[in-house]
Design a protein around this ligand. Sequence first.
Ligand code: HEC
Length: 206
Amino acid sequence: MALLGRIALIAMTTLIVIAVAPVIDLIDRGIDTRRPPGRVEAFVARRLRHVAIPWKARRSTNPEPSNPEVLRDAMEHFADHCASCHGNDGKGQTEIGGNLYPKAPDMTRPETQRLSDGELFFIIKNGVRFTGMPAWGSDTAEDDRASWQLVRFIRRLPHLTSEDLEAMSRMNPISPGEMKERKETEQFLEGAEEKPPAPEKHIHKQ
Ligand code: HEC
């Protein structure tokens, strides 16, 4: 009984520390998102996320094959929807990803690569509450397919080549300002082509 009492006391103290630590942190540091979460907070948040994902979902296997077509579609999808936060290389070194709280993680690292396919899928489909990670899936077979394909692509992240990254940079969405600039350049080039330099006159001497 004494042992049980001691265990209960330790468990309660741990829970209080876990509950109170973020409040003290908030009072101490305010709502600043620039400083990364402390180690305890990051660890607890990750564990909580892990247990919040149903066991069955974590064990699901990827129904999508890993072939060049699937990887190409997923790469395009990633460059279009995910790279604004995660970067084309998945390292999270972007203006948005780097300033979120928590930051977008470096997905080439083992911390992400060790997650099961099912866990990655669940995160992509449902998002992560209290973070900047949005949910991407409605309950359609088409969306599920796209998310499983993205899981395939996330496995590729640590092995992307410079050619892959080059191709992705052409798939990234562009801002209205950039669009205007591109149009102007195109128009300028077309205009220049319409009026090619006058050919030199060829006079045949007899
Ligand atoms: C608005 C920014 C934003 C966008 C856009 C975004 N993410 Fe995220 N993502 C995050 C953040 C922030 C986290 C960290 C969440 C956490 O710490 O639990 C994250 C986490 C993840 C994780 C978990 C990795 C890990 O190790 O914790 C995966 C997988 C992921 N994102 C995939 C995607 C995919 C695929 C897309 C595009 C369909 C995408 N994300 C779009 C911000 C974003």
